[in-house]
Write a protein that binds this ligand. Structure first.
Ligand SMILES: Cc1cc2nc3c(=O)[nH]c(=O)nc-3n(C[C@H](O)[C@H](O)[C@H](O)COP(=O)(O)OP(=O)(O)OC[C@H]3O[C@@H](n4cnc5c(N)ncnc54)[C@H](O)[C@@H]3O)c2cc1C
Length: 464
């Protein structure tokens, strides 16, 4: 029996597809930037099935690409070379809720929105927030160590994982599904799989840390003169609220204008235009006069509005959440997901924007995002609306310019989206030989036959 037949047999009825129409949506990513091909879509529904499938792949040297919600932005989930595709979507059970830990044990094909809902139904709170939360899976979030808007208060996904269940490349099941905040019994192996983009194992279940549900929240939209003024406002807000800020998102005027132009039902909440804005949110428990603290904190802004209802809060948030969609509707744009130390954001912007404009005169900078984490979506819109292939052809060159400036500022060329194929070959320029060798050693130890997501994340060793 050939390998494909063996995999089909192990997957069982309903556990695979060879139908090109069913496979097609799994082959192209959200922006249409990457497309792949695959002869077989595996759809295991249990950890035991994943283990049986990987044992066959390992024995036969068959490459496999794990995929969750296919919302990744660096091509990590796409089978570029005809690999078998393994979708985790049927690993979709909530296994347990532990209200004392408090923690939730879920299979990794559960969407982030469903994880949030399960936490809420247990009277608790799971703080990871991404605009893709209706489609992305918790397995994808863990594999990319996703960030989002609440990192400033709760940390990256890594900080939210207590334990993992992982199927190794050879099909063995690594049970690290512990509910222990304290466990110093050697290497913390689960950390290796968080942010590994499916190159070291397939994560089948996770124990997630939950939090008490906030009892009150405040959302504001503030005008500031500059990114430096925005940082000053953040310091004020944190000081006044005693560290209750749960989100602090920077928005330039052009991003607001794009949202107002392209997203139906949005409106400018402030009277006069300002070069920069922030959306700020804080949450608290009972008995805290959050509204008073919040408004005092906002006093140093040039102008500000505080939501008077949940609906108003959502309307303010939607101005931030629709920026990517508005950029897409406006036309061509080149994007960078970078981080620099928080205090250096203003100087980074002052240094990097002119460098890019030398390459692409007239390009429109749309730098927005998670200012409190030093993480900006440092994007450039084409000088004119609509398609612009000549502008997009500058992607690689612009990326190099931006990443070099990021590196000078002690930053990261991928703050939250990962490496995938998009940034793999950029890593050797910015990481030491020692760091790259350690990454390759980890990959070889966990996946000696290089069958798990080959060609992603880990740069090959180039021998001169
Ligand atoms: C509109 C939009 C907004 C976004 N906003 C953010 C944001 O604010 N912050 C942010 O960090 N990201 C953001 N993203 C990117 C994306 O949503 C995240 O990277 C997300 O974590 C990917 O989850 P997924 O289930 O779609 O994974 P996929 O795209 O399917 O896969 C991503 C990577 O994880 C691997 N993988 C998936 N599941 C598993 C598993 N169970 N075991 C092992 N490997 C696995 C894949 O092989 C691939 O390398 C956004 C994307 C979109 C489209």
């Amino acid at each position: 029996m050939n390998t494909i037949e063996r995999l089909k047999q192990a997957a069982g009825p309903g556990g695979y597809s060879e139908d090109p129409q069913e496979i097609a949506p799994h082959l192209t990513e959200w922006r249409g930037k990457y497309t792949g091909h695959s002869p077989l879509l595996l759809k295991p529904a249990t950890t035991a099935q994943v283990a049986a499938l990987l044992a066959i792949c390992h024995e036969t040297g068959t490459a496999v690409v794990p995929q969750g919600g296919n919302t990744g932005l660096v091509g990590g989930q796409i089978p570029f070379h005809g690999e078998v595709l393994l979708s985790t979507k049927r690993l979709n059970k909530v296994r347990a809720v532990d209200s004392h830990a408090p923690a939730l044990v879920v299979e990794t094909g559960v969407t982030l929105a469903a994880v949030q809902k399960a936490a809420e139904e247990a009277g608790l709170f799971f703080p990871l927030r991404l605009a893709s939360e209706g489609s992305c899976t918790i397995g994808g979030n863990i594999s990319t160590n996703a960030g989002g808007t609440h990192v400033i208060r709760y940390g990256m996904t890594r900080a939210l994982v207590l334990g993992l269940e992982v199927v190794l490349a050879d099909g063995r099941i690594l049970d690290l599904l512990r509910l222990l905040p304290k466990d110093n019994t050697g290497y913390d192996l689960k950390q290796a799989f968080i942010g590994a983009e499916g190159t070291l194992g397939i994560i089948t279940a996770a124990a997630l840390k939950l939090f008490p549900r906030p009892r009150s929240s405040a959302v504001g939209f503030a005008a500031v003169a500059s990114p430096a003024a925005a940082l000053e406002l953040l310091a004020q807000m944190q000081a006044r609220t005693g560290g209750l800020v749960s989100a602090f998102e920077l928005i330039p005027r052009i991003a607001l204008e794009l949202v107002l132009a392209h997203i139906h039902g949005t409106r400018d909440p402030l009277g006069a235009p300002s070069p920069w804005y922030v959306v700020v949110e804080a949450t608290a428990g009972e008995g805290v006069d959050l509204a008073a603290l919040f408004e005092t904190g906002l006093m140093s802004a040039d102008d500000a509005v505080v939501a008077a209802s949940e609906a108003q809060g959502q309307a303010l948030w939607s101005l931030r959440e629709h920026i990517s969609e508005a950029q897409k509707r406006e036309g061509a744009s080149i994007k960078h997901d970078i981080a620099v130390p928080v205090a250096k954001v203003p100087d980074f912007l002052a240094a990097a924007v002119p460098e890019v404009l030398k390459l692409a005169p007239g390009a429109r900078p749309v730098s927005f995002g998670h200012l409190g984490d030093g993480n900006l979506h440092f994007n450039f819109q084409s000088p004119r609306p609509g398609d612009d292939p000549a502008f997009l052809a500058l992607w690689e060159e612009m990326q190099l310019i931006v990443h070099d400036v990021v590196h000078e500022f002690g930053g990261s060329i991928s703050a939250e989206h990962g490496v995938g194929v998009m940034k793999r070959d950029a890593l050797p320029r910015y990481k030491s030989h020692a760091e790259l060798d350690a990454m390759r050693a980890l990959k070889t130890a966990f996946d000696p036959k290089n069958i798990l997501n080959p060609g992603k994340l880990v740069p090959p060793l180039l021998r001169l």
